[in-house]
Design a protein around this ligand. Structure first.
Ligand code: IMP
Ligand code: MG
Length: 181
């Protein structure tokens, strides 16, 4: 595919790592029931792959967000960059909630979502992300589970898009800079 510069993580590497992380989560939440909260649309692909590997009983719910990030650097201290466009369908009060993210970049989105979810009085709230790009982090957020750390390059695949395309790729790849950001 001409848009792809190089593959960072193959389908096999991703699935193997998801199995490992799912093992950790399953033992951490042994004898409890977990609620997975996904963020539309990017985390849907990771959430379903993770859910299939988890051995604890679980339920699933989704939030939709609109964020204004594209290629522009996010202005410092701009939490209003994110808003909820579709709320959860069910209450999370008293539940063990795991927020499932595709990628944590500056951290603004995750911080906003954690504030939103913690206001709903869950019993516990943790974060799991497929990708973590620490070099661009602006706000610190507690990260409980992470599959891969990535360099400061724009990536697509396994749920991540460029202009809504490439979410369906089975691998994670760096986009050719001539095509995208
Ligand atoms: P943050 O608020 O800066 O942490 O941005 C997180 C959101 O930006 C993610 O949920 C993605 O939707 C988007 N994003 C950040 N980096 C990438 C990337 O490399 N590829 C695709 N989307 C990205
Ligand atoms: Mg996106």
């Amino acid at each position: 595919m001409p848009a792809i510069e190089r593959i960072l993580f193959t389908e096999e590497e991703i699935n193997q790592r998801i199995r490992q992380v799912a093992g950790e989560i399953s033992s951490d939440y042994a004898n409890r029931e977990l609620k997975l909260v996904g963020v539309l649309k990017g985390s849907v692909f990771f959430l379903t792959a993770l859910a299939r590997e988890l051995t604890v009983p679980l339920t699933v719910d989704f939030l939709g967000i609109s964020s204004f990030r594209h290629s522009q650097p996010v202005p410092q201290g701009a939490p209003g960059m994110v808003r909820i466009s579709k709320d959860l369908d069910e209450s999370i009060e008293g539940e063990d909630v795991l927020l499932v993210e595709d990628i944590i970049d500056t951290g603004f989105t995750t911080r906003y979502l954690l504030q939103h979810l913690s206001g709903r009085a869950p019993k516990s709230l943790a974060v799991c992300t497929l990708l973590d790009r620490t070099p661009r982090r602006i706000v610190q957020i507690p990260l409980d589970y992470r599959c891969f750390e990535i360099p400061d390059r724009f990536v697509v695949g396994f749920g991540l898009d460029y202009r809504q395309l490439y979410r369906n790729l089975k691998y994670v790849a760096v986009l050719n800079p001539e095509v995208g950001d």
